[in-house]
Design a protein around this ligand. Structure first.
Ligand SMILES: [Zn+2]
Ligand SMILES: [Zn+2]
Length: 257
């Protein structure tokens, strides 16, 4: 029935992709993903069939060298793909279909998107255009947490000293560095985080808003007048920060290019 939901001209790619997913689920391996030889030993079959190539001696599973590596159980992939085509939300799939966390669904959907991008370009374009436009409540909540934290850190006047907890502190320089008047030591609010050396704090909130809105690196680069390698390193740093600040779902959401 999903065939009625997908434009006819995409059915060839759709069939091919579903066939790939089926092979993934059945863990049907024809050749070594490293050297292409077709002779291998079965090393173990649970939880995932793992093989060793007789030619190059490398170990592999059906998902080796694919975005689906370690995303077991593999039969979830098709369930998620079909539900997304039926326009079901991540929340719905997590709660009603697979009884698992939102993060697990998003991680797999992003792997599906990455795989489509590499192998089925037309289906990929259709599938991402079809992506959820409304943020789920969890993502919206986490987005607010991140923005609030950044705003607070960048506008802090007298943070408590990290050495002696005194609030008799004063800002030094333009970033997040302070000096304590009591113990006379200095400290940086972002000192032990990946944000420490990230430039242009005046763009951070806007950058995050664009990422959360689903803009790709090229679109964000144009708007903020930054080059694409800067954007991709910013994206990686922010996704790491989101995880540190317990916003895992948002980090997964934003990790897609
Ligand atoms: Zn091999
Ligand atoms: Zn102090």
């Amino acid at each position: 029935m999903i065939y009625e939901l997908v434009p006819t001209e995409l059915h060839d790619e759709l069939n091919a992709f579903r066939h790939d997913l089926e092979k993934m689920t059945l863990q049907h391996i024809e050749t070594c993903p490293f050297c292409g030889e077709n002779k291998f030993y079965l090393i173990r079959s649970k939880p995932t069939s793992t093989y060793r190539c007789k030619a190059c001696y490398k170990y592999f599973t059906i998902a080796t060298n694919t975005p689906f590596n370690r995303l077991t159980p593999f039969n979830w992939l098709e369930i998620i793909f079909i539900n997304r085509i039926e326009n079901k939300s991540y929340h719905y799939i997590a709660e009603k279909k697979l009884d698992c966390s939102l993060e697990k669904i998003m991680r797999r959907d992003h792997a599906i998107i990455e795989y489509l991008h590499a192998h089925y370009p037309a289906l990929y374009r259709w599938y991402i255009a079809h992506d959820q436009s409304d943020l789920t409540p969890t993502l919206a909540e986490q987005h607010k947490v991140i923005n609030d934290k950044i705003t607070a850190i960048l506008n802090e006047k007298n943070p408590s000293c990290i050495h002696c907890s005194s609030t008799d502190t004063t800002k030094v320089g333009s970033r997040t560095c302070y000096r304590c008047k009591r113990c006379r030591r200095s400290f940086n609010l972002l000192g032990d985080t990946p944000l420490n050396r990230l430039p242009k704090p005046e763009l951070w909130i806007e950058f995050i808003n664009l990422m959360v809105a689903g803009q790709n690196n090229m679109q964000i680069g144009k708007k903020l007048n930054l080059n694409s390698s800067t954007i991709s390193s910013w994206r990686a740093i922010w996704c790491e920060m989101m995880k540190i600040w317990n916003c895992e779902a948002l980090a997964i959401w934003c990790s897609r290019r």
